[in-house]
Design a binder for this molecule. Structure first.
Ligand SMILES: [Zn+2]
Length: 503
């Protein structure tokens, strides 16, 4: 409880909880059989996502002022702030390709992580003929070891990654059937974004929420009732504040007092703790969404929120070191993010990103939709751009080179072109426009592209890429996760350690 109060207090003060980093204090032997298994999945979170967050949370010497020359004073040198899981004693890497693609999706990659099999992109826990169903580690631990199971996600609870713990569907888009499987799983704790199509696409079926209630779940739609959940409750918790596509807020849009991912993890531990053990999957699902939209600031915010959620598991580990295993990994990379950009040479300017106060999605919903409705003039739009993203008109005070927030005439021209396309509600894309905007709002993605480029971050795609992902491990059996292996091995290692019999 004290921790919760501290977190809420910190949010009110606008303090970053990363300052309250939880250290591993219990002995780290790696011995023992894991009885409490945490798997954190940063969706779309490969090395560029975690390391850009670590750099952003640290400090860069040059900042946004004209101190480009490397300082001779060591205290002015760049420093990274280690994410919570950087202190884990074991780090490995996993390849992510699936049965049909080197740039796979969350459905197939989560299938690999939770069942040990490769399958088609967009299939969940079925084979490539779509006939054989694969059982997941969560189901096996529930049945064979009487573990309780928790599934937490910042995105919809029947979205691909959480679904891959309990559902078996040829298509990840079968939202209602996936919801039915959620209820049938009898897992103990679901928390995060709202369900997609709870009454099916035609809104003509019994709501999944009603079915969950009938199956004995406490269904909570507000923090007050979620806060009252107790050890042993079976619960389905939907975040009180919902953002784009009924997901949880991006962490950089989260209001004071609004539960962060770590709050749902803390409550989950309380609800799930029992003598047989538990398996908890926690997804930072909006790292992926931010990276699809090429919004580095929001990717960083949600990566830091995942790092903070991991702290809750570390705290649990400190109490149960011989029986706890924590894995932090990802399903694939999204966006082709990299750290370094042609226009900034050998420099990075992470403080430039401080100018961004809002996620791309909230900007779209709260501002751009009005621009389109009211045909807002460009000068007024640029005032918002300065307030919300920090980018200033050419000729403004400040340095316009090497990461400054002052736009060049060329950059302003790009924003103007994108603005016109947005205002016209023109959804057509020639090849150049597709390369520049993907299917996103031209104005918004141009703003984040320019801001990201000024900070030294580059993107190659609005889709997923084939980069390997990190696998960090702490606790009982941690040594298993050393080395470079395929993502299907993550399941096999967890199954070996927990002594699961394949069924
Ligand atoms: Zn994605």
């Amino acid at each position: 409880m004290k921790k919760l109060i501290t977190a809420v207090f910190a949010a009110v003060l606008g303090l970053s909880a990363i300052n309250a980093e939880t250290k591993i204090t219990a002995p780290v032997t790696g011995k023992g059989t894991p009885k409490y298994v945490f798997v954190f999945v940063g969706d779309g979170m490969s090395y560029p996502q975690i390391q850009s967050a670590a750099y952003y949370a640290g400090k860069d010497a040059a900042g946004i002022v004209d101190k480009v020359k490397k300082s001779e004073n060591a205290s002015d040198s760049p420093e990274m702030k280690a994410l919570s899981f950087y202190q884990f004693p074991v780090a490995g890497s996993a390849s992510t390709y699936d049965a049909t693609s080197f740039a796979p999706d969350s459905a197939s990659t989560a299938t690999s992580i939770f069942t040990g099999y490769k399958t088609h992109s967009s299939s969940i826990n079925v084979d490539i003929t779509k006939k054989i169903k694969y059982r997941t580690i969560a189901e096996q631990l529930r049945d064979q070891k009487k573990y309780k199971v928790g599934v937490i996600s910042t995105v919809n609870l029947n979205h691909a990654t959480p679904a891959a713990t309990y559902a078996h569907q040829a298509s990840r888009k079968s939202n209602y059937p996936i919801g039915l499987e959620l209820v049938a799983s009898n897992f103990d704790y679901f928390a995060g974004g709202a369900l997609m199509d709870p009454q099916d696409k035609n809104k003509d079926k019994t709501s999944i929420y009603e079915l969950a209630k009938s199956a004995g779940y406490k269904v909570c739609f507000d923090q007050k009732s979620a806060g009252q959940l107790k050890k042993g409750d079976k619960a389905l918790v939907v975040a009180e504040t919902l953002a784009d596509s009924a997901s949880m807020s991006y962490d950089n849009d989260r209001k004071s007092g609004e539960w962060a991912l770590r709050d749902y993890v803390r409550k989950g531990i309380e609800v799930l703790e029992n003598k047989n053990g538990f398996f908890m999957m926690v997804e930072g699902g909006k790292v992926d969404w931010a990276c699809h939209a090429n919004d580095a600031r929001s990717s960083i915010a949600d990566t830091l929120a995942l790092s903070e959620a991991v702290e809750e598991a570390i705290e649990f580990y400190n109490k149960h070191p011989k029986e706890t295993l924590i894995i932090v990994t990802a399903d694939h990379e999204t966006g082709g993010l990299t750290i370094g950009y042609a226009g900034t040479d050998y420099n990075l300017f992470f403080r430039t990103l401080d100018g961004q106060k809002i996620s791309y999605a909230k900007y779209d919903s709260d501002y751009v939709s009005d621009y389109k409705k009211n045909k807002t003039d460009f000068a007024s739009v640029m005032k918002d751009v300065e307030n919300l993203f920090g980018l200033k008109m050419p000729g403004s005070e400040g340095n316009d080179k090497n990461g400054g927030l002052v736009l060049t005439d060329y950059e302003l021209g790009r924003i103007k072109t994108a603005y016109e396309k947005t205002i016209k509600k023109d959804k057509s894309r020639n090849q150049m426009e597709y390369d520049l905007y993907g299917t996103y709002e031209p104005l918004t993605i141009t703003i984040t592209h320019i801001l990201n480029a000024k900070s030294g971050l580059g993107w190659t795609s609005n889709s997923h890429t084939g980069l390997p992902v990190p696998v960090f491990a702490l606790g009982a059996g941690q040594e298993e996760f050393k080395g470079f292996y395929d993502n299907t091995e993550i399941y096999k290692k967890m199954a070996n350690l927990t002594k699961i019999v394949k069924d």
